[in-house]
Design a protein around this ligand. Structure first.
Ligand code: T3D
Length: 269
């Protein structure tokens, strides 16, 4: 656990768990150690019923520069007679489980992007439910510049979030997209002043943590499922979910609190 503590810092404030990528000397780029630490921290947060929201942040001046290109797992061989690295194995073994973990995460996730988010680092952030970025942050699909395709879910996420035209330009040209522009095209939720970023991320996480967790979980699952459905199927799904949630104590509490003009007290029942 000592290594885990070095590459990913973990802090709990109330029901909010904050995980901070902590390899600032390499712009928090992913190596094997940080992958392991991140995964074990995410698994611990997912298994802890006291955690109701997770915030992901980066230490230092960057959020995450993607794969650490100096990692022996991906470094091209110095001698041409040696076999090239199997980057596919890295994607299957590391980035796919990470993206799927976030996709199925039991509670909402918030990315607080404090500086550049490049390559898999950008798409790692975009896998979170809400992405908030500091005004000086940027998003960079760095892949084409090193002869690769967007990974960590980029091919799936980018067109869905920003539309095919924007996604294609971002992926093919690999230009840095400033945070304000990322917000404008719908790639991220919002852009805030740099010095307000940490506070905004914690405040929105605390709000999420106070909401009825079953409703939030079903909303996130429904969005994912609706992606593969017709409108009619989505409407049927919504009816089934509302039938189920409409019988919950939290629904009674929410409506009761509304008419009593008092704050609700949700209990996840
Ligand atoms: O094989 C595979 O790659 C498979 C995996 C794929 C998933 C991916 O994520 S592919 C994409 C990998 N990431 C990149 O290609 C981004 C490379 N980095 C950059 O383009 C730039 O560094 C940034 C735009 C992110 C930041 O630019 P800038 O000017 O602010 O900083 P810098 O001077 O370029 O970088 C600062 C240091 O961080 C520097 O080290 P030094 O010279 O001070 O000792 C630089 O080498 C290091 N660094 C930045 N990114 C990486 C990195 N070291 C290792 N891996 C990195 N990805």
């Amino acid at each position: 656990m000592a290594d885990d503590a070095a590459t990913v810092l973990s802090r709990r404030d109330g029901a909010v768990q904050t995980l901070t990528l902590n390899r600032p000397q390499a712009l928090n780029s992913f190596n094997g150690e940080m992958h392991d630490a991140l995964m074990s921290n995410l698994k611990a947060a997912a298994a802890d019923p006291a955690v109701r929201c997770v915030v992901i942040a980066g230490a230092g001046r960057a959020f995450c520069a993607g794969q650490d290109l100096s990692d022996p797992a991906v470094a091209p061989p110095k001698n041409p007679s040696e076999p090239p690295p199997d980057i596919g194995a890295l994607i299957e073994g590391r980035y796919k489980p990470l993206a799927m973990m976030l996709h199925h995460f039991p509670v909402p996730t918030v990315a607080a992007v404090n500086g550049v988010a490049a390559g898999a680092g950008a798409n790692f952030a975009l896998n979170c439910d809400l992405v908030i970025a500091g005004r000086s942050a940027s998003f960079l699909q760095a892949f084409s510049k090193i002869g690769l395709v967007p990974d960590c879910g980029g091919t799936w996420l980018l067109p869905r979030l920003a539309g095919r035209a924007n996604a294609m330009a971002l992926a093919l040209l690999g230009d840095k997209l400033p945070a304000e522009e990322a917000q404008r095209i719908g790639l991220i939720w919002k852009c805030v002043d740099d010095d307000a970023l940490a506070g905004e991320a914690q405040a929105v996480a605390a709000r999420l943590a106070a909401l009825p967790s079953r409703a939030l979980a079903e909303t996130r699952r429904a969005f994912a499922a609706a992606d593969r459905m017709t409108l009619s199927e989505a409407l049927t799904m919504e009816g089934e979910l509302q039938r189920h949630l409409g019988r919950s104590h939290d629904y009674l509490e929410g409506v009761g609190a509304f008419f009593a003009k008092r704050p609700p007290h949700f209990t996840d029942r």
